[in-house]
Design a protein around this ligand. Structure first.
Ligand SMILES: CC(C)(COP(=O)(O)OP(=O)(O)OC[C@H]1O[C@@H](n2cnc3c(N)ncnc32)[C@H](O)[C@@H]1OP(=O)(O)O)[C@@H](O)C(=O)NCCC(=O)NCCS
Length: 179
């Protein structure tokens, strides 16, 4: 799905939300580098997201420049779950609901016809991310359960903060052929 419309606060700006292509991977890699505390991963990782996993990822362009990206995947043994991996919005574009709109764009696709849950992991200190996912759950009319998940010492070799699992759902499937 692709949407093009004026940016809500700047009538002279144009915002579009699309499924990414392989040729977007380098710009996505640069965006993620501008969005700490995100793990930068590799350009090759972003290339796979923008090709094999493109149906569960979304890209925002503001006046033609990549300003937002959500990576996600459909876990193989959980057909009703969309796992959100990373969410990145350029600092100048934050606070306008763009992160939520990117995730909603993924949910509206055929690939998500059976999706009734979003799973994601968030560090306890990432207030913006926690607020964004809590607000998303409200928009979907869904509950949020938070559980301990990846532990700093057990799973992350003491190199990164522990990650809590957010389970958002159930909600009515929104994919084009679902619900
Ligand atoms: C997290 C992030 C993706 C949110 O993007 P966004 O487009 O600004 O998100 P939204 O506009 O949908 O904001 C969601 C809510 O969080 C709130 N929020 C934004 N920044 C906040 C902050 N620093 N502290 C607390 N709440 C915050 C907003 O007010 C909004 O709530 P509201 O709509 O009720 O006012 C963006 O801040 C970002 O890219 N951060 C750096 C990378 C990161 O941490 N990604 C998430 C981990 S995967």
């Amino acid at each position: 799905m692709s949407r093009t419309e004026p940016h809500p606060d700047k009538t002279t700006s144009t915002l579009s939300i699309v499924q990414p292509r392989a040729t977007d991977a380098a710009a996505v890699h640069a965006l993620i580098a501008r969005c700490p505390p995100l793990d930068r991963n590799s350009l090759y990782c972003n290339l796979l997201q923008c090709s094999d996993f493109a149906e569960s990822c979304a890209l925002a362009r503001l006046d033609g420049r990549v300003a937002g990206f959500v990576s996600g995947y459909l876990p193989p043994r959980k057909p009703n779950v969309l796992f959100i991996w990373q969410v990145a919005v350029d600092s100048a574009a934050r606070g306008h609901g763009l992160a939520r709109r990117l995730i909603q764009d993924i949910l509206d696709r055929d690939a998500c016809a059976d999706v009734e849950w979003i799973h994601t992991t968030v560090t306890p200190g990432n207030e913006a991310s926690r607020a964004m996912f809590t607000r998303l759950a409200e928009e979907l009319g869904a509950g949020v359960e938070v559980r301990p998940h990846f532990d700093r010492h057990v799973h992350l070799a003491g190199q990164a903060d522990s990650e809590e699992l957010f389970l958002i759902g159930p909600f009515v499937a929104r994919g084009s052929t679902g619900g």
